[in-house]
Write a protein that binds this ligand. Structure first.
Ligand code: ADP
Ligand code: MG
Length: 370
C-alpha cells in the first residue's frame, strides 16, 4: 500500500513553490512527481516588503497568511491533477510556509512563516503539517537548518563521509560522518543578496547563470568589510535569513568604503561573498579527496558561482543527482518526509544541529474541518 505525501517548499528566494508528490511506504522514499508552481509578481512584492518591514501590522500578516495559503493550494491542485490523484489518496501535506522573519537570536526568538494551515487543509481536504521551526526555537534551538536530519536519513547509507550543500536564498551545509554525529548550519547568504542587487539594478529576479557578476570585478575592500560581519565569526549552531542579509546590509557595507563602486562590481563581490563564506566552512571540515561535497538548490544553476566554488576548493562539483535526488526538489521532499514524522509521532534530538535541548516534535498538524 502506497503512502502518499505532498511536500511544498517556498524558500527565502520567493522564486516559486517547489512541489512534490512522494511515496513514503515503509520509509522508502520514492518521488512520484514534481512541479514548480509560480508565485505572482504582486505576491512576491508583498512578501519582499514584509521581509523588509520592521513594523508589520496584524492585518498585513493575516493578509499574507491567506494569500500564500491560496498559492500553496494552487500548487497542491497542480500536482494532484498532473499525477491524476485525488485528495483522498494523500495522507498529508508538509508545507514549509513562506518565511517572513527568522529571528532565533532576538530576546523573544521566533521564526514566522505564512500560508495559513487551516485554509490549506479546509480547501484541499488534506491533513496539513506546517510551522516546522517553532518548537525547536521554543526548546532553545535556532529552528534551522532542519534538513540535516533528512540528509542523514537518506544519504548516510554507504559508510562514507560526505557533505550536502544547499545554495538557496541562504546557504546551508550538512556534514555527514558515519563515525560522528551529523551537524549543519547556515554559512550565510546564498543567492539572496545577488537576487536583491539584480532586482535593484538590472530589474531581473536573478542574475542568469551569474553572467552579470562575471562582467564585473570583485572589490577587495568591500569584500573584506562584508566578511567582517559578526555572523561569519560565530560558531555553529547558527542560522540566518534575508531579513538580516538585505539591501540595507549591502548599502551599509558600501558606505564604509572610501571608493564608489559600479553595480556589476558589487554583484561580483556579492558572489565572492557567497563563495568565500561557504568554502571557508567546507575547508574547516578537512575532507579527504574521496569525501565528496554534493550540491543542491537554485545556486547550482548559477554557472559562474559554481565555477568560482570549484576554483576555490579545487574540487569537482557534484549535485545530489549523483545520489539519486533531483537537487531542485530535495528541500520539498524533506518537508513531505517531516510531515510524515510528525504524523507518526516521531521527535528529534537536534542539539548538534540547531542547539535545542531534549527531543523536539517538528511541525503542527491541522486537520480539515469535517
Ligand atoms: N539559471 C539561473 N541562473 C542563476 N541563478 C539561478 C538560476 N536559476 C535559479 N537561480 C537562483 O536560485 C534561486 C532559487 O533557489 P532555491 O533553491 O529555490 O532557493 P530558495 O530555497 O531560497 O527558494 C533563485 O532566486 C536564483 O537566485
Ligand atoms: Mg525556491
Amino acid at each position: 500500500m502506497s503512502k502518499l505525501f505532498i511536500g511544498l517548499m517556498s524558500g527565502t528566494s520567493v522564486d516559486s513553490v517547489d512541489t512534490v508528490l512522494i511515496d513514503l511506504e515503509e520509509d522508502n522514499i520514492q518521488l512520484i512527481g514534481s512541479c514548480s508552481y509560480p508565485i505572482s509578481g504582486e505576491i512576491k512584492q508583498a512578501v519582499f516588503s514584509a521581509v523588509k518591514s520592521n513594523s508589520l501590522s496584524i492585518e498585513e500578516i493575516s493578509q499574507l497568511d491567506e494569500k500564500m495559503a491560496r498559492v500553496f493550494i494552487g500548487a497542491v491542485q497542480k500536482i494532484l491533477s498532473k499525477e491524476k490523484k485525488d485528495s483522498k489518496d494523500i495522507i498529508a501535506i508538509g508545507s514549509h510556509g513562506q518565511t517572513i522573519k527568522h529571528s532565533p537570536n532576538s530576546p523573544n526568538p521566533f521564526s514566522l512563516q505564512v500560508g495559513e494551515a487551516k485554509i490549506i487543509a479546509n480547501s484541499t481536504k488534506i491533513t496539513t503539517v506546517t510551522d516546522f521551526r517553532s518548537q525547536d526555537i521554543t526548546a532553545g534551538g535556532q529552528g534551522a537548518p532542519l534538513t540535516p536530519i533528512f540528509h542523514e536519513k537518506i544519504f548516510n547509507t554507504d559508510q562514507k563521509k560526505k557533505v550536502i550543500v544547499n545554495i538557496g536564498g541562504i546557504t546551508n551545509l550538512t556534514s555527514i560522518d558515519p563515525s560522528n554525529f551529523v551537524f549543519g548550519y547556515d554559512t550565510g547568504p546564498g543567492n539572496c543578496l545577488m537576487d536583491i542587487w539584480s532586482r535593484e539594478h538590472i530589474k531581473k529576479d536573478y542574475d542568469e547563470e551569474g553572467n552579470w557578476a562575471a562582467s564585473g570585478t570583485s572589490e577587495e575592500e568591500l569584500l573584506k568589510i562584508m566578511l567582517n560581519d559578526d555572523y561569519f565569526k560565530k560558531n555553529y549552531p547558527k542560522s540566518t535569513g534575508p531579513d538580516y542579509f538585505n539591501l540595507n546590509w549591502i548599502y551599509q557595507a558600501i558606505s564604509k568604503c572610501e571608493r564608489k563602486f559600479q553595480p556589476q562590481d558589487v554583484q561580483a563581490t556579492l558572489l565572492q561573498l557567497t563563495v568565500k563564506t561557504l568554502t571557508e566552512g567546507l575547508l574547516e571540515l578537512e575532507l579527504d579527496n574521496d569525501e565528496i561535497i554534493f550540491y543542491c538548490g537554485g545556486g547550482l544553476h548559477n554557472k559562474y558561482l559554481m565555477d568560482q566554488i570549484e576554483k576555490e576548493l579545487e574540487r569537482e562539483i557534484f549535485s545530489t543527482y549523483e545520489l539519486g535526488v533531483n537537487p531542485d526538489y530535495l528541500e520539498a521532499i524533506s518537508f513531505a518526509w517531516f510531515a510524515k514524522q510528525r504524523i507518526d509521532g516521531r521527535s528529534f534530538e537536534l542539539s548538534k544541529i540547531t542547539g535545542s535541548k531534549g527531543k523536539v516534535f517538528l511541525g503542527t498538524i491541522t486537520e480539515p474541518s469535517k
